[in-house]
Design a protein around this ligand. Sequence first.
Ligand code: UDP
Ligand code: MG
Length: 316
Amino acid sequence: MNTLGLIVPCYNEQEVLELFYNETSKIISGLSEVFSCELIFVDDGSSDNTLSIIKNLALKDPAVKYISFSRNFGKEAAMLAGMSYAVKFDYIGIMDADLQHSPSLIPEMLSYVYSGEYDVAAARREDRAGEDKLKSKLSESFYKVINRVSEISLNESAQDFRIMSKKVVEAVLSLPENIRFSKGIFSWVGFNVKWIAHENRERAAGQTKWSIRKLFKYAFDGILGFTNSPLRLGFFCGAFFAVISLFALIYGIVRNSISPEYISSLPYILAAMFFIGAVMLVFMGVLGEYIGRIYTESKNRPKFVISETNTRQNIL
Ligand code: UDP
Ligand code: MG
């Protein structure tokens, strides 16, 4: 029998969990001749009834496992905890709890990986229907920037809905960083990916957990985690302004010698001073961001803390 572990990060999903479970377990039981499946709910420090709902499901269904965090560590940490446990399975899937990722796509995704032709089957959204306009625009520019400046290439429409073979998950787990940006990590590890178009669905119930602020932080983590080019930018800006100041100097000398009644250069000097000061501060800020990250990584804290689980296995 092949084994499949489906990881479901949950943060305050009480409204949708039962619905999710009903829909997903129907699909899973359809696969039961070939696959023995476990549903692994990772409760990311929910403050509502998420955990007790999951525990009730686990009482009725031995295929339901849960890992509950001591507080909210974020979806990245939840996916990591899920994968650390689920790496023992032959195939590992990740999907959202809100039914935006249609469980009915699982058999098709699984078939690509099971056939051995692909190592990963991942869903990609067909359109951005029903999504916030501002968010879509911001996210579009984020992907343009990151694909241009970093070593990895990200598929703009990729979703965190995927099924992977064990070796992919092993590779993902071998990356030790604390500040994790999974989209980047999945792209960095490579492997053969089958992209499957998937209609954008509305959340079945409850509310999105992403604010614009969280999305900005996510974008920064992605860019700073996968490229050093912002550091290099300082060098190019420095060179550019050196050339400008050379021109300014030549202009000053020429003008002074042609028209000695030259009035005052103070405004120019002040403008130049402030400008150079601002540029220096910006790049000190960039350095600060990277140094902060080095500090965070060097503390090497655990990426999450588990308060309860029925998986009874040491994970990270
Ligand atoms: N999630 C999580 N921890 C968080 C935020 C979200 O585990 O801090 C889970 C959430 O429960 C859901 C998935 O990540 O299963 C996607 O979140 P959401 O639907 O809010 O994001 P969106 O679909 O709006 O991008
Ligand atoms: Mg969602």
